[in-house]
Design a binder for this molecule. Structure first.
Ligand SMILES: C[S@@+](CC[C@H](N)C(=O)[O-])C[C@H]1O[C@@H](n2cnc3c(N)ncnc32)[C@H](O)[C@@H]1O
Length: 230
């Protein structure tokens, strides 16, 4: 898996733009929506209770495309990926993020290091037989009371299916439904599991966002986020 994304590190953005061009949307539309969702998660899940600092980890961060949009969202941000070349590129562009290469066997952090660990569009690149271990490893590095969040493609959305079909590095992707993400959180001992669909409308106006939130329980949006407490 590391090798696949090593080979895309210099043209990852172009490959993503190519796969979503039919929608008329740019990659940053999706990245802004994900960053907004993560900022909201910090508030809704009360991660700053008592004024404590929030240390976050982006598992499978790739070339760090999301990181410029997360400025100020957390007190510190770490990122890791199995692709060494992607990590090299990420660290050149985001000097304030602490990057490490990881292996598919585990994350290079002590138990309970993070208040929040998230993985955006990563699980569908992990072999399904390793999904449980992937969730367990995320759980291990989050402190008790902290939060894990998985952001994934919604397999029920036909536009998402088309984008995955057109994306050169998604050929082996195995999409997981939100219900499967919830059950993986449950099987690995997480609690207070919540999921919401987003990226439903091609607009970021306050009205579009409000409509999207009202419909977020339905499997309509292009992606979903599933989060849970350790
Ligand atoms: C589609 S990219 C997403 C990158 C980034 N999260 C984003 O949203 O732009 C998937 C990334 O997951 C990484 N990956 C796949 N399996 C992984 C694993 N077991 N642990 C960590 N990273 C992994 C790949 O190397 C790749 O960089």
């Amino acid at each position: 898996m590391g090798e696949l994304f090593d080979s895309y590190n210099s043209n990852y953005g172009e490959a993503v733009e190519g796969s979503i061009r039919f929608s008329g949307l740019r990659h940053d539309f999706f990245l802004i929506a994900k960053a907004d969702l993560l900022r909201r998660l910090v508030v809704e899940r009360k991660l700053r209770q008592g004024g404590s600092a929030v240390r976050a980890l982006d598992v499978g961060c790739g070339i760090g495309s999301l990181h410029p949009y997360l400025d100020g969202a957390f007190d510190s941000l770490d990122g890791c990926d199995v692709s060494q070349d992607s990590i090299l590129r990420a660290s050149q562009h985001n000097p304030r993020v602490a990057y490490r290469t990881c292996s598919t066997q585990g994350l290079p952090y002590e138990d309970g290091t993070f208040d929040l660990a998230f993985a955006s569009c990563v699980v569908h690149h992990v072999t399904p037989s390793s999904w449980l271990d992937f969730f367990l490893e995320i759980r291990r590095v989050v402190r008790p009371g902290g939060i894990a969040c998985i952001i994934e493609h919604n397999p029920y959305n036909p536009m998402t299916r088309l984008a995955v079909f057109r994306c050169p590095f998604d050929q082996d992707a195995v999409l997981l439904k939100a219900a499967r993400a919830r059950s993986l959180f449950q099987e690995t001992g997480f609690s207070d599991i919540r999921s919401e669909h987003f990226l439903l409308l091609p607009s970021a106006t306050p009205l579009a966002k409000k409509v999207e939130r009202l419909l977020s329980a339905l499997p309509l949006g292009a992606q979903y986020a599933c989060s849970a407490h350790v």
